[in-house]
Design a protein around this ligand. Structure first.
Ligand SMILES: C[S@@+](CC[C@H](N)C(=O)[O-])C[C@H]1O[C@@H](n2cnc3c(N)ncnc32)[C@H](O)[C@@H]1O
Length: 444
């Protein structure tokens, strides 16, 4: 069972005004193409020879400008035709650009048909973008929404390799990001350029830097590169933060699409929110993290009275302690089914709806681990129901719970804790880590 803490796949972890170490950087042979940007404070012209010759092989339409950072060259790659002409751009290495180009959504346009509502003006939107006092723009429900209802999806618009952040001076990276935005088709580009920068920017490139920092999400590497990626999705970026949100997001790597679903009932006209941070943190930690986006968190939990906040902090600490026990599959673990029930209850008390699926998952595993298939089945069903809108159908926990549902007795968790504690199996030897699928149960 995967640890549920959000790191990658979440909102950018170091979003605003971070200082990136400037390494010595040499311009690649494309210096003449980018030098024209030096004093440009408005828009970035497309380099004359950036467009590739049209060929039968699927390729990026634009592959320049580039910068050589040490021995690594980072370029802008762009496909204005991606996702029915919505377009996408990357700032990354040629190797990673090739890995992304190999993804199914580039070869089968049907996979991303209908992913972006702006391409389907006749489809009724379930949300409106409005001015929200004290928050700039925000998203409100256009009709009553129920748990699991789909709200917005966006294919990725701009991706920036964290390797570029590490290895390029910020000012050079800003130019590449600006070129990536420039390549997007006009309507899409305008939406990107209208995104919030939280506060004013004096120059165009500073504006590009701030809008990426304010609106990006983190994506895991899709190749053998150690570097994660930042991604921007213009419509989804209008969602404001709440530590106890009513919507959750997940990224589908197959289609390169970000999805937002309601995780609880939302009334017509109510603001739709997501959490920018790991919400299973204490009050002070949350307040500090949210400051990265330049605002003081005023959500209901952060503005609660001190004694309410303190009780919440105690529950959050207990959730984190219990998680360590559930993740320990050795005989040292103190995890019991009743602790699984407690985990569920603590999540409910804390209004941690987005990660409730993980509490149900732990409870299902623990009940199955002592040979109680029907209680395990109840929790596994709940894990799937709550997991689908929160983490999506390809999430490992959701898939594991679907397996448990189809055959609790054949699942790796069946009687696992009992066997461990009674030293059954494997000559009584303790096996570290959880039991792997297909491992035999010959001593049962
Ligand atoms: C990703 S944008 C969200 C959309 C933004 N409000 C807009 O006008 O486009 C993030 C920025 O929105 C504002 N914001 C988001 N959540 C907020 C909140 N709970 N309270 C105040 N400002 C918030 C902050 O300025 C933050 O830097």
């Amino acid at each position: 069972v995967d640890n549920v803490q959000v790191s990658l796949g979440g909102i950018c972890q170091s979003p605003t005004h971070a200082s990136f170490p400037g390494m010595s950087v040499c311009l690649s042979e494309n210096i003449t193409l980018v030098s024209q940007y030096e004093n440009d404070t408005t828009r970035i012209p497309i380099p004359q020879d950036a467009k590739q010759a049209v060929s039968d092989t699927l390729d990026w339409t634009f592959k320049k400008p580039c910068y050589l950072a040490g021995t690594t060259e980072f370029c802008v790659f762009s496909s204005p035709t991606f996702a029915q002409g919505r377009g996408m751009s990357l700032v990354t290495t040629a190797k990673r650009a090739a890995a992304i180009l190999a993804l199914p959504s580039f070869h089968d346009p049907e996979l991303v048909r209908g992913a972006n509502q702006d391409l389907e003006p006749d489809r009724p939107h379930v949300y409106h973008v409005v001015e929200v006092p004290g928050k700039g723009l925000g998203v409100v429900a256009a009709k009553p929404l129920y748990r699991g209802d789909h709200i917005i999806s966006n294919t990725v618009s701009l991706i920036i390799d964290y390797g570029a952040h590490e290895q390029m001076p910020q000012v050079e990276l800003n130019k590449l990001m600006a070129a990536g935005i420039e390549y997007l088709p006009e309507r899409h580009r305008d939406r990107m350029l209208n995104l919030s920068t939280h506060n004013d920017a004096d120059a165009y490139l500073e504006k590009v830097q701030k809008l990426v920092a304010t609106n990006c999400f983190d994506l895991e590497p899709i190749d053998d590169s150690p570097h994660a990626m930042q991604a921007v999705f213009p419509e989804i970026s209008r969602l404001n933060h709440d530590c106890r949100p009513n919507a959750e997001y997940y990224f589908d790597y197959k289609t390169f699409t970000h999805h937002i679903h309601a995780i609880k009932p939302i009334a017509q006209g109510e603001e739709i929110t997501i959490s920018y941070i790991d919400p299973v943190e204490t009050h002070q930690a949350r307040v500090d993290r949210v400051k990265n986006w330049g605002f003081e968190c005023s959500c209901s939990l952060c503005s609660a009275e001190a004694h309410i906040r303190n009780a919440s902090d105690a529950r959050v600490r207990q959730i984190n302690e219990l998680r360590d026990e559930f993740e320990d599959y050795t005989t040292k673990s103190r995890a019991t089914p009743q602790m699984g029930d407690l985990m569920v209850s603590l999540h409910e008390q804390e209004r941690l709806i987005a990660s409730l699926y993980s509490a149900y998952t732990y409870a299902a595993i623990e009940w199955n681990g002592v040979g109680e298939p029907w209680v395990a089945t109840k929790y596994a069903n709940l894990a799937v129901e709550y997991g689908l809108p929160s983490v999506g159908p390809t999430d490992p926990d959701v898939k594991e719970m679907q397996k448990l549902l189809s055959d609790p007795w054949g699942h790796w968790s069946w009687m696992l804790r009992t066997k461990k504690r009674m030293s059954w199996g494997k000559d009584g030897k303790e096996v570290d880590g959880k039991k792997k699928e297909g491992e035999d149960d010959e001593e049962d």
